[in-house]
Unconditional design. Structure first.
Length: 138
């Protein structure tokens, strides 16, 4: 397992999350629930970068965020966002899983280090019609 700090991985995950926002906005359905979940995840990632928890204590650090969201129904959030503990727990588990994947997978770490390139990024080359192969150039 690579010796990787959660803050470093979460910094790179923030960039990847910004890419997925472009994909969400292009969907034709109501993406309000997606936006709420992504906002919670974004906040967890930002707090991880800010607090730089120790790798051995990261799971407990995330658990504290989940538990504080459930206290007195006050929700979770320090930047105006409040969410009940269930959604915070779901996003915390997602962050934890991605951090563990980054520890175990050199390929995933490399992808993050290279900027988490994706066709979903705004301004990237995208295929308008994947069947015909007609793609926009970057």
């Amino acid at each position: 397992m690579a010796d990787v700090r959660p803050a470093e991985i979460c910094r790179r995950l923030l960039a990847a999350l910004d890419v997925s926002e472009g994909r969400r906005r292009r969907r034709k359905r109501d993406t309000t629930p997606d936006a709420i979940g992504m906002a919670i995840k974004h906040q967890l990632l930002e707090e991880t970068v800010r607090d730089d928890p120790d790798p051995d204590a990261f799971e407990g650090w995330l658990l504290e965020r989940c538990l504080s969201a459930g206290e007195s129904g006050r929700g979770y959030g320090t930047s105006g966002l409040t969410a009940p503990s269930g959604p915070v727990r779901a996003m915390a588990l997602d962050v934890l899983a991605e951090w563990r994947l980054a520890q175990a997978s050199g390929a995933f770490r490399n992808w993050l280090e290279q900027g988490a390139r994706s066709d979903d990024a705004e301004g990237s080359g995208r295929c308008r019609d994947k069947r015909s192969g007609a793609c926009e150039s970057p």
